[in-house]
Design a protein around this ligand. Structure first.
Ligand code: NAD
Ligand code: UFG
Length: 334
């Protein structure tokens, strides 16, 4: 298949491009580099020996994106491009709504115009809000607590309405849990700008000595050890889930949780990191972070049954690969 991957130079997109090429698909990437570097294209080429066609475009710009649809016979779109920082979305709501919603509308409009029938969308477990785990796809969604989460919930609704109105437009809504880890080569991984918000990139910076200590947000939750529990999934497993999703796309709207189905606490993650990598991660317990929930993990039986996909990599492999990647990175750019 000829697949347009938006945000294909980002963390999850770049790993997915590799898995698509390994599965003999032809990839065209559209990315405006707002949160990635062009160097990732060279790294993809190093890993798979193929250089995907790259367009440096903002996918909210319809004219620019249309050029891609006229230059290539696109057969499917995987839409990763988006802004993803929960905290930033609270202070810059308009940027988040504009970027994340207009991109989805521009791409789906062009899919209808050019007869592209397969659309895979990067959604998030955040759309569930605070509900009991394991989370099943069919539970009613609760309003999320931040504009970022709302852009995911709204994009899901927009795509659902379009698929309901156009019989030939099939959509897969993929709800990711907590993607971590890196490519085994150590060439590709997650390298956020500035001080990381998410647990794993923060842990790797502390282990490297670039940040003095990890702050653990609360140890008084009703969980195994009082710290927050999440469903961490290796980014390579997540990438493979996208290949399965686009290859097995049924008509209408298809929604899947992509996680492991297992919850791991913050302390369990940190201890696994120290044990596997034989490196210290000093930490301090502080107050809960506003907006956090105690526990969030997936019921993954639907993806397993319908897509024949299951996450295979373990927590030990996630922390090993995250550390391997971090050791190859430069210092934090503030
Ligand atoms: P990322 O920031 O590493 O990748 C996103 C890519 O999209 C970047 O390369 C960025 O430059 C590009 N981009 C952003 N806006 C663009 C635009 N208007 N036009 C063109 N390119 C644009 O993020 P990621 O972690 O790879 O996440 C990919 C997708 O998955 C996002 O939609 C994100 O919201 C979603 N998601 C991520 C997580 C997570 O924890 N990483 C969890 C759930 C959902
Ligand atoms: N945590 C710490 N210290 C830190 C960072 C995080 O203790 O410095 C804890 C959090 O309190 C939470 C757990 O580690 O218990 C995971 O936190 P992350 O920030 O890594 O991830 P979240 O589950 O809060 O959110 C992530 C993404 C969201 C996405 C959600 C579900 O950031 O965008 O997963 O997919 F919506």
């Amino acid at each position: 298949m000829n697949i347009l991957v938006t945000g294909g130079l980002g963390f999850i997109g770049s790993h997915t491009v590799i898995e698509l090429i390994k599965s003999n698909h032809t990839v065209v990437i559209a990315d405006n580099l707002i949160n990635s570097k062009i160097d990732v294209l060279n790294k993809i080429e190093t890993v798979v020996n193929v250089r995907p066609t790259f367009y440096q475009v903002d996918v909210t710009n319809e004219l620019d994106v249309e050029e891609i649809f006229t230059n290539h016979k696109i057969e499917g779109v995987i839409h990763f491009a988006g802004l993803k920082s929960v905290g930033e979305s609270v202070s810059k709501p308009l940027e988040y709504y504009y970027n994340n919603l207009v991109s989805t509308m521009v791409l789906s409009k062009l899919c209808l115009k050019y007869g592209v029938e397969k659309f895979v969308f990067s959604s998030s477990a955040t759309v569930y809000g605070d509900q009991p785990s394991p989370l099943k796809e069919e539970v009613e969604l609760k309003r999320t607590t931040n504009p970022y989460g709302e852009t995911k919930a709204m994009s899901e609704r927009i795509l659902t309405d379009i698929a309901n109105a156009h019989e030939k437009f099939a959509v897969s809504l993929l709800r990711y849990f907590n993607p971590v880890g890196a490519h085994e080569s150590g060439l590709l991984g997650e390298n956020p700008n500035g001080i990381p918000n998410n647990l794993m990139p923060f842990v790797t910076k502390v282990a490297k000595g670039e940040l003095p200590k990890l702050t653990i947000f609360g140890d008084d939750y009703d969980t195994v050890d009082g710290t927050g529990v999440r469903d961490y999934i290796h980014v390579v497993d997540l990438a493979k889930g996208h290949v399965k999703a686009i290859e097995n796309l049924n008509k209408g709207v298809n929604c899947y949780n992509l996680g492991t189905g297992k919850g791991t606490s913050v302390l369990e993650m940190v201890n696994a990191f120290m044990r596997v990598n034989q490196v210290a991660v000093p930490y301090e317990i502080v107050d809960r972070r506003p907006g956090d929930i105690a526990t969030c993990y997936a019921d993954v039986s639907k993806a397993e049954y319908e897509l024949d996909w299951k996450a295979e990599l373990t927590i030990d492999e996630m922390v090993r690969d995250a550390w391997n990647f971090e050791q190859k990175q430069g210092l934090i750019e503030l």
